[in-house]
Design a protein around this ligand. Structure first.
Ligand code: AP5
Length: 209
């Protein structure tokens, strides 16, 4: 299964991608996670990407397309993938079309104020990228990753002003992809409000449609 997950920041793409990857037995490829890893490791790509990410803007297409192309050529992606956070522009969508065929595109949607609450309450594990929420998806022990015991951190772009900018960037640059994929018969729309498990079941149903 070759899937793309679209949706505004905080809609729950990453949370659902982990569950879908387990269910379908394919890798979860998050361009946000790969970029953050590059920022932490102070790579050339990370140094270039950081300024854009901190401002809630998109990293330039040429950098992200080359990075994703490399990842999709790794052996584990031969059997399929869940692409989370790519494509985000028409240029990226066109590049992806040349690289691989897709089976479906899930587009998650949620009310803007709900997106703000989800992002500002998020905590992440800097070691294994597991995502939590202080109210709706808390770790067993406050402030610590359930899987590896690492202290959780707040993402640099989860400040409310940056979150609002990210939502605006999504509306301007990424939302046009909804029509792009609808026109190609690939789009499945899923309402992202409710329990994590409910949304997972909605996603599976949407994939059967
Ligand atoms: P990225 O990391 O992709 O961020 P995003 O798209 O803004 O998405 P988020 O990770 O914020 O949210 P999500 O939808 O995955 O939600 P999550 O599951 O975490 O990108 C970050 C930056 O990198 C971009 O701004 C850009 O600069 C750059 N970038 C990345 N890809 C790029 C590209 N292709 N081109 C250019 N630049 C790129 O859930 C959110 C919270 O809600 C969590 O706390 C979670 O626990 C909680 N939650 C999840 N589901 C539920 C639920 N059902 N009920 C209650 N709480 C829930």
């Amino acid at each position: 299964m070759r899937l793309v997950l679209l949706g505004p920041p905080g809609a729950g793409k990453g949370t659902q991608a982990v569950k879908l990857a387990n269910y379908l037995g394919v890798p979860h490829i998050s361009t946000g996670d790969i970029l953050r890893r590059n920022v932490t490791d102070h790579t050339d790509l990370g140094k270039k990407a950081k300024a854009y990410m901190d401002k809630g803007q998109l990293v330039p297409d040429e950098l992200v397309i080359a990075m994703t192309e490399r990842r999709l050529k790794e052996p584990d992606a031969k059997k399929g993938f869940i692409l989370d956070g790519f494509p985000r522009t028409l240029g990226q969508a066109e590049a992806l079309l040349k690289l691989t065929k897709l089976d479906a595109v899930i587009s998650y949607f949620l009310e803007p104020e709900e997106l703000i609450k989800r992002n500002t309450g998020r905590r992440v594990c800097p070691k294994d990228d597991t995502v939590y929420h202080i109210l709706t998806n808390p770790p067993k022990k406050p402030g610590v990753c359930d899987k590896c015991g690492t202290p959780l951190v707040i993402r640099a772009d989860d400040r409310e002003d940056v979150v609002r900018k990210r939502v605006e960037t999504y509306e301007k640059q990424t939302a046009p992809l909804i029509k792009y994929y609808r026109d190609r018969g690939l789009l499945r729309e899923v309402y992202a409000s409710g329990l994590i498990e409910e949304i997972f079941l909605r996603t599976i149903e949407a994939l059967k449609a």
